[in-house]
Design a protein around this ligand. Structure first.
Ligand SMILES: [Zn+2]
Ligand SMILES: [Zn+2]
Length: 167
């Protein structure tokens, strides 16, 4: 969706609202496609004393897999879209300002960029997820470890290293 700001660019206090959906269900993220549902974005652009201020949110429910135990889970993701919008950049201005294409704001691009940059690189089903046992492979959130004390995987690994060194 392209939002034409022609009517508010030179009109103090004027505002334009928007609401759109963005489909990023094909987007590959570490071998998964977590944004299975449409992203719903809504907000406004307001002329504050000549400065165009974009305010809004983009939200969706992500389908994720825990990086520690592998369990699949869903979690809502809400991303703020707050930014400044301008027709031209003056020297030394920071690049957090979004440039208009003529008088139009490319909202699909704004929402896509903000949402993708806000994606987490690590996802845990819960902060205290215990993960899988490296020895017996059970999900430690659901059942106790089945390893016998005498086959502690750390000691087994250490023994392997020591064997190699004596070869
Ligand atoms: Zn987990
Ligand atoms: Zn175990």
């Amino acid at each position: 969706m392209r939002l034409d700001l022609r009517d508010i660019i030179h009109v103090p206090d004027a505002q334009k609202t928007f609401r759109l959906q963005v489909d990023l269900s094909d987007l590959d993220f570490y071998g998964r496609r977590p944004i299975t549902r449409p992203i719903l974005a809504e907000g406004s652009v307001t002329n504050h004393a000549g400065a165009l201020v974009l305010e809004g949110t983009a939200r969706s429910v992500l389908d994720l897999a825990c990086d520690r135990c592998g369990k699949e889970f869903s979690r809502e993701k809400v991303v703020q879209l707050d930014s400044l919008v301008a027709q031209t950049l003056e020297d030394d201005e920071n690049d957090e300002i979004i440039l208009l294409d003529g008088t139009e704001l490319d909202l699909d691009e704004v929402v896509t960029t903000a949402f993708v940059l806000a994606m987490d690189t690590k996802n845990l089903c819960s902060d205290d997820c215990k993960g899988l046992c490296a020895g017996c492979g059970v999900n430690l959130n659901e059942e106790p470890c089945r390893c016998k004390p005498e086959v502690d995987p750390r000691l087994a690994a250490l023994a392997q290293l020591l064997d190699k060194e004596t070869e």
